[in-house]
Design a binder for this molecule. Structure first.
Ligand SMILES: [Zn+2]
Length: 404
């Protein structure tokens, strides 16, 4: 049996990669994508992509990993050293053709693995990381500030959690197919909508920046904010914490400011905690320069803005202020993430047996619910500005006419 990848195997991998991208185009009902969109889709989730990495580009890593994690690991478990070292093995004894593969991998990834002393548990995702990072760097170098800001913003688990969620309507992790399609198109920066905005006439763009950020007249904007607040309240109630929305008169009856989109008792301490939600589009022209240089920059800027605005008044009113600042990718600011983690921690406060592992799972679940809500509501906003949603009165009229 041949142990090297022959021409036929390479053909198969190319065919396979082509099918993956074709499947994506079928899922989102598009004929084809721009080259940048395909390269974006092929980035791993944590780097802002869809995780559809090309098998043909990672065959060497898969081969090395298979040997290390399976065969070599079995020998290690059995205590059978194949070479002198206790944790390393001579891979040649199991795969005589591994040397050129390891050499090629080293040359491409800039590493120095030694095939004569290969260690166990070399995971494929770790081996592929240098190549993945290089792929993202080369894509970033070709993008403008707005697209760079989008890609950087997506590279965080609070943003990409939607892709890991199990669809469940009750928890708002089930995204309706039309919204899912638009959400995925936005994720890879290739929306099919051009022409003028249905509400204000400004030009629409491939990234959805106008629809999800700049448009002042998009009615769906309010719904995104409300839905995110609603998910936080649902989570609070499920975890047995008393909470409410849009609590008025937090600073006394004479003050109409409302820093609490969600107010939760005893979240961090014995005080009432005011969670103030904001959503920012980092690809907007005014933000994109800074946001394209530092991931999560805008979420932090807005978080600080809320502290400057309400910090002193909250302190005087004995309220804990916790800004929950999102970027439109779903990326959370630091205090926003801390609040979500604290919600999970509170849920298991009396269950010491469940411990840290349960909090980790619950935090992940909370991020998925918020991230799915953000993806769906962004899609609603994009469809609204393109004149194709129920927010659009002419569509509503058509719906009614059909019903009559
Ligand atoms: Zn508009």
């Amino acid at each position: 049996m041949s142990r090297t990848l022959g021409a036929r195997a390479n053909d198969f991998l190319d065919w396979f990669d082509d099918r993956v991208i074709r499947s994506l185009t079928r899922i989102v009902s598009r004929d084809e994508y721009s080259e940048h969109a395909v390269r974006n889709a092929r980035l791993r989730l944590s780097l802002g992509g869809l995780g559809l990495r090309a098998a043909s580009e990672h065959a060497d890593e898969a081969r090395i990993s298979a040997l290390s994690c399976n065969a070599l690991n079995c020998f290690a478990i059995l205590g059978m050293a194949l070479a002198d070292g206790t944790t390393s093995f001579d891979a040649h004894l199991l795969d005589p053709n591994i040397e050129p593969i390891v050499a090629r991998y080293n040359a491409q990834a800039g590493t120095s693995l030694n095939s004569r002393e290969l260690s166990t548990n070399l995971r494929q995702d770790k081996l592929s990381l240098p190549k993945d990072l290089a792929a993202r760097e080369s894509l970033l170098a070709e993008l403008d500030n707005a697209a760079r800001a989008r890609l950087l913003s997506q590279s965080d688990r609070s943003a990409f959690s939607w892709a890991q969620a199990v669809p469940n309507a009750h928890f708002k992790t089930a995204i309706a197919p039309p919204l899912f399609r638009v959400g995925v198109q936005r994720w890879i920066g290739d929306l099919p909508f051009d022409g003028p905005c249905h509400y204000c006439g400004a030009p629409l763009d491939k990234l959805g920046v106008h629809a999800t950020g700049s448009c002042k007249r998009n009615p769906a904007k309010l719904f995104r904010h409300r839905e995110l607040a609603r998910v936080v309240v649902d989570i609070g109630h499920e975890h047995g914490l008393p909470c409410g929305t849009e609590t008025p008169h937090l600073f006394g009856t004479h003050d109409r400011r409302r820093p609490a989109d969600v107010a939760i008792d005893h979240l961090f301490d014995a005080k009432l905690c005011a969670l103030d939600l904001t959503v920012t589009e980092p690809s907007c022209p005014t933000y994109s320069f800074d946001a394209s240089r530092k991931a999560g920059h805008m979420a932090q800027v807005k978080e600080q803005g809320k502290r400057d605005k309400y910090g002193e008044a909250c302190f005087n009113a004995n309220i804990s202020l916790c800004p929950v600042s999102f970027e439109t990718s779903g990326r959370l600011s630091r205090s926003g993430f801390a609040a979500m983690k604290q919600l999970a921690t509170k849920a298991f406060a009396f269950d010491t047996e469940a411990g840290a592992a349960a909090v980790r799972v619950q935090t992940k679940f909370i991020l998925q619910r918020l991230s799915c809500t953000m993806l769906a509501e962004n899609a609603n906003m994009i469809l609204a500005c393109s004149g194709q949603s129920r927010f659009n009165r002419s569509i509503d009229r058509e719906d009614k006419r059909e019903q009559e």
